[in-house]
Design a protein around this ligand. Structure first.
Ligand code: DAK
Length: 258
């Protein structure tokens, strides 16, 4: 029987998805991306999940799109089948936070997938890169757009044009990852962060994610206006009343996600 390409489990209100093609360093093929999309959408629908972790193996988050699958593809193939567009960006439909927990290689499509997550926690052995130029292509799943926004134009150009990797320390200095942890603590650190987020009021978590993402898509004035509307709207939730009441009563809030 074929191993599942994406392993899915729950820890409390946290959903954990693990890419599972270890022999190919989690190289991303169509079947895996279909499985990942389906698993993400199932967690998005599940009221018992408030935050999602996406991770790989100890050696690789994902070493990129599957080169053996891509090598024979023609322009006609990739255009007709909407290669990448069809199933690689399902993660962007998920409104709950998705944390990338990255150990080992996050290269090419793997780095792009990590950047589509809301933030990246890196193991100290993580390596990031967009090496597509070395195999005669360029990043095709947002790397040329998200990397400069994350690390500046100069560093993104360096990475995309030379194909070199950056280690976890450089990635943290550049702002690509939010924190670095020892490799053997990665799972726990990601779970701790996700558990904190999943314990917040889900409507405010969704509003917060949407507002931060808006910063990438609009002007400062429009972004602040958008934030203000969402901020005002949260006063319609029970959880806003409960959160503030609990603070005043010096107790933990009992959020019902309503
Ligand atoms: N694809 C397929 N197989 C891969 C792979 C990949 N990306 N990366 C590794 N593997 C396989 C290796 O072939 C090897 O398989 P066997 O020989 O054992 O059968 C196995 O995984 C272990 O790899 P290595 O033996 O190479 O392991 P090492 O530790 O020596 O080296 C490495 C690790 C990560 C440095 C090396 O494997 C490597 O350089 N891998 C390729 C990294 C890479 O170039 N990634 C970018 C792929 S291109 C598009 C949109 C997006 C994209 C493309 C088009 N369009 C819209 C058209 C995205 C493109 C990419 O991501």
């Amino acid at each position: 029987m074929q191993e599942e390409l994406v392993l899915s489990r729950k820890e409390g209100r946290v959903g954990i998805l693990q890419l599972n093609r270890p022999a190919q360093l989690n190289a991303l093929n169509d079947a895996l991306m279909d499985a990942l999309g389906a698993a993400l959408l199932a967690m998005e629908k599940d009221d018992a999940i408030g935050c999602i972790i996406l991770t790989g193996s100890a050696k690789a988050f994902a070493a990129g799109a599957d080169i053996s699958a891509m090598q024979p593809m023609t322009l006609s193939d990739v255009t007709r089948n909407n290669f990448i567009g069809r199933n690689w960006e399902t993660i962007l439909q998920v409104r709950k936070p998705v944390i990338a927990a990255v150990a080992g290689y996050a290269l090419g499509g793997g780095c792009e997938l990590a950047m589509m997550c809301d933030f990246i926690i890196a193991a100290d052995n993580a390596k990031f890169g967009q090496p597509e130029i070395k195999i005669g292509i360029i990043p095709g799943a947002g790397g040329t757009q998200r990397l400069p926004r994350a690390v500046s134009k100069s560093k993104a150009m360096d990475m995309v044009l030379t194909g070199r990797m950056m280690d976890a320390q450089e990635a943290e200095r550049a702002g690509l990852v939010s924190r670095i942890v020892p490799a053997d603590k990665l799972e726990q650190e990601a779970l701790d962060a996700a558990t904190i987020i999943a314990g917040m009021s889900l409507p405010s978590v969704i509003a917060a994610k949407e507002a931060v993402n808006r910063a990438y898509e609009t002007t400062l004035t429009e972004g602040v206006r958008f934030e203000r509307r969402s901020f005002h709207a949260l006063f319609a939730t029970q959880d806003q009343k409960e959160g503030m009441k609990a603070f005043l009563e010096k107790r933990k809030p009992d959020f019902r996600h309503e």
